[in-house]
Design a protein around this ligand. Structure first.
Ligand code: BTN
Length: 244
């Protein structure tokens, strides 16, 4: 267990993110990992459900912060790098594990994990904590998701358990949080771009009420995706990316 972090494990929870929120509301002051064997109400990005059968990893880190909301949102990329490293380490492959904007991790182009960042604390502009929810497909993956998915067992060809993945994740998360604190977002942005899928290529971005097709030019200083189309550049802060 990396120094400065605590861990609480549950057989079943509604959602590890929800448990983190209850702890923050109850005045918990430190940094704590919450893990559950199953979730009865797992939540995904943009209000979607995250199916949470036993065998996969469901973890949330309740992390105390002292910064504004914009800076805190950089933790989304910090977490993506940590998950990427944990997965690459387990599969012993660097090349096939990539980052898809904003914070999905893919193995051979298929989604293996999801990250859901929320804030907790007094005012929404000055949160006291970030809740970093991480789901990693270890033994199963959904067959009917909007984006093709995979799991670690299928990719590795032998049984991996969620405990091993959690151990690697806690180490890589502590490492990348330290890099972020010491060197700021510039280093995180560069590392993310070095591992990004589709940078410089044609992509499709689905927004709630439109679909854009253009070239993924860059990631801006705030982590927004810069999309070039019809001679203009748009900075996109939320959406689902698909590869053309
Ligand atoms: C996504 O939609 O890609 C994000 C999925 C995040 C799922 C994880 S599982 C652990 C934590 N608890 C939740 O309810 N959601 C996150």
């Amino acid at each position: 267990m990396p120094e400065g972090y605590d861990l609480r494990a549950f057989d079943v929870l509604d959602s590890t993110n929800a448990e983190c929120r209850r702890m923050a509301d109850g005045g918990y002051g430190g940094n704590v990992w919450i893990i559950a064997g199953e979730q009865s109400a797992g939540r995904g990005r943009r209000g979607r459900e995250w199916i949470s059968r036993s065998g996969n990893l469901f973890a949330s880190l309740l992390y105390g912060i002292d910064c504004d909301l914009g800076t805190a949102s950089q933790l989304s990329f910090v977490t993506a790098l940590a998950v990427r490293d944990a997965v690459a380490d387990i599969l012993q492959s660097n090349e096939m594990v990539t980052c898809k904007w904003p914070n999905d991790i893919l193995v051979r182009g298929k989604k293996i994990s999801g990250i859901l960042l929320e804030t907790a604390g007094k005012g929404s502009e000055t949160p006291s904590h970030v809740i970093i929810g991480i789901g990693i497909n270890v033994q199963h993956h959904p067959e009917d998701s909007q984006y093709p998915a995979t799991n670690l067992n299928d990719e590795n060809g032998s049984k991996i358990d969620a405990e091993l993945v959690m151990e690697r994740l806690m180490g890589s998360m502590a490492h990348w949080i330290l890099c972020w604190k010491d060197h700021g977002f510039a280093l995180i942005r560069k590392a993310w771009k070095d591992n990004a899928l589709g940078l410089g290529k044609e992509i499709i971005v689905r927004l709630p009420d439109e679909e854009l097709r253009g070239r993924f030019v860059d990631l801006d200083d705030n982590g927004a995706l810069i999309l070039e189309f019809d001679g203009e550049r748009r900075h996109i802060t939320a959406g689902d990316v698909f590869f053309a």
